[in-house]
Write a protein that binds this ligand. Sequence first.
Ligand code: FAD
Ligand code: SF4
Ligand code: SF4
Length: 487
Amino acid sequence: MAERMLQFTHLSQHQPDKRTVAERRADFDEIYRSFDPSRASEQASRCSQCGVPFCSVHCPLSNNIPDWLKLSAEGRLEEAYEVSSATNNFPEICGRICPQDRLCEGNCVIERGFESVTIGAVERFITDNAFVEGWVRPVQVTHEREQSVGIIGAGPGGLAAAEQLRKLGYQVHVYDRYDRVGGLMIYGIPGFKLEKTIVQRRHALLEQGGIQFHLGRSVADLDSDETVAFATLRERHDALLIATGVYKSRDIGGPGAGLAGIVKAIDYLTASNRSSLGDRVPEIESGLLDASGKNVVVIGGGDTAMDCVRTAVRQGAASVKCLYRRDRANMPGSLREVANAEDEGVEFVWLAAPEAFVGDNGVSAVRAVRMKLGLPDTSGRQSVDPVAGSGFVLPADLVIKALGFDPEELPTLWGEDGLEVSRWGTLRVGRTSFMTSLPGVFAAGDIVRGASLVVWAIRDGRDAAASIDRWLREEAGEHRQPMMAAE
Ligand code: FAD
Ligand code: SF4
Ligand code: SF4
């Protein structure tokens, strides 16, 4: 083993520096600064090069983490990039936004007290540096195949599949209803976690590699000026991949729930992201989706709620409160993001839930009640019950509902009765084939898993691409392999 490794006993963990709170509150730029080469090398050298690396086991992409850490520690950065990009289409994105505390870093075996290796930050550094050095190149196709694949959805799942299929020589066409590429990476996740230029840089590279994008084209039941029918795409392409994500916001009822000023998280974040990208957004100009000067209450405890509270801070809200019915220890959102939000001035109201919304023309307050945790249910999760007589009122001119997402009402998707759905409303696919109940139609990402993570969408997109390749080769009579449709 290289002497450079195993340095965790005397080198302490350093996450990348954060910008000051005052700077962060004033713009939508990323809050973490990059490692410089010496800090990246130093932090990578803390790895003990485990024989069975639990970090890799718990990375959805099974990234070869110990190898690229060792290469980084030795300053062999081009090789580190080659190894890192062999299993991940967008390592610099995962390095920024994976919940590492629950995945790779949370399973690093370095003993408690020494703290885990800063895997995500090194991964981000390797590819950011590779872009600077000119080592990241578009796909080069030497022999283009005659078959074409249509991909519906330009989120991480669709993009990872597109790149993998292009590498194999297929003609790849990506259709998206949005005018920009990236899915939730561009219009959901705010710039303070993932700057828009990082996603746009990938879009440019994919286009240079010959992937053709058809933006502003919603796939629908019928062809029209703005839509393209699913049936048309089936005729046009030899195989299709559906990677359309999940966008139906979970709702909240109760008295006053229909008042103006109570908005969905996805609408609020999309408007803010569009504004950051320089678009004119009428709902921000009219104040409907702008927190400036307002008392804001965000309902929910997941990462989307964290993105909303921190966006409201940056829009200049008078106050920002996050109402969550469980406590800090039981919230689904990343604790790192909660700490960042608290630093930026967000107040968390734990163990509290809304009962009613008050207001005349628009919402002016949330009537809430205290909650208490009860006994665990069969899944191990503690129940939550209201505390009688504990009602209280929070002033609110803007209420943002961030309670999670579900798939749309399927199975009426694009008038295709044959497209089977699971009992959760997600698309049903073969476990390893990713093929739906329609031959030659595959699906991947959130539309199959339900609301998940970028890294899982990438993983699914890669696996689906491999399966599409096998199926198309079989169709072309190149070799025969059994392929299971949705079982
Ligand atoms: P999406 O990213 O949703 O992309 C689907 C694409 O399909 C979209 O571009 C959409 O316009 C397009 N589409 C949909 N219907 C049609 C149609 N009919 N015709 C044409 N195009 C269509 N994950 C993390 O790992 N880290 C995070 O920090 C994180 N933060 C998040 C914050 C927010 C606010 C949200 C909402 C999600 C976050 N996630 C995060 C989750 C992550 O963004 C998703 O799991 C991931 O983007 C799913 O990828 P996907 O490719 O399946 O779908
Ligand atoms: Fe960790 Fe995500 Fe990178 Fe895997 S892809 S090593 S989980 S940051
Ligand atoms: Fe290195 Fe930690 Fe992974 Fe072990 S678990 S190989 S110490 S990063």
